[in-house]
Design a protein around this ligand. Structure first.
Ligand code: SF4
Ligand code: SF4
Length: 156
């Protein structure tokens, strides 16, 4: 969805969105009931119910090593067809987060190598050309997309 400004080559090298530190497990993708049922026999790791969605769980141990999403192929990236990819994954590194008044806004992950400050104007143009409205409409239909503010992000 952000392919106009985000190169797949940069993401293939980075993979930051698809590998999760234990403390970032809250960012693991969540699937609709239908998608979770269709994918039930794929992952090695179970999903748990989370506010009407199904979130991947990963087998963290005492080493607390970061783990990849089970749908990540180390060479080719996400193995899910676009129709099954969680909406939150399709808009990374953009999220919807609440401000201190509880109002949802778009927020950008500050550690994204693919959207440095030099690309922020291009990102804002993309958002202003309809993407912002589309994301906010999805968040209205699926409030699980709206997260508490996290300091690794900044509001757009
Ligand atoms: S953090 Fe940015 S560059 Fe890295 S994989 Fe995610 S979207 Fe791509
Ligand atoms: S579902 Fe795909 S895009 Fe989302 S975290 Fe897993 S591998 Fe990455």
């Amino acid at each position: 969805m952000l392919s106009d400004i985000l190169s797949s080559e940069t993401c293939a090298k980075c993979k930051n969105c698809c590998v999760f530190e234990e403390q970032s497990a809250w960012e693991l993708p969540a699937f609709s009931v239908g998608a979770a049922a269709r994918l039930a026999d794929h992952p090695d790791y179970p999903m748990i119910e989370d506010n009407g969605r199904y979130r991947i769980t990963l087998p963290y141990d005492e080493t607390h090593t970061a783990k990849p999403c089970p749908f990540l192929d180390p060479d080719s990236g996400c193995t899910l067809p676009a129709s099954e990819k969680p909406f939150a994954c399709s808009i990374w590194p953009v999220r919807v987060m609440r401000d201190t008044d509880g109002m949802p806004h778009l927020a950008l992950y500050q550690g994204c190598a693919g959207v440095p400050a030099a690309k922020h104007d291009a990102l804002n143009r993309l958002l202003d050309n309809g993407l912002r409205d589309r994301i906010m409409a999805e968040a209205k239909a699926d409030p699980s997309l709206i997260l508490p503010f996290h300091p690794n992000y900044h509001f757009l």
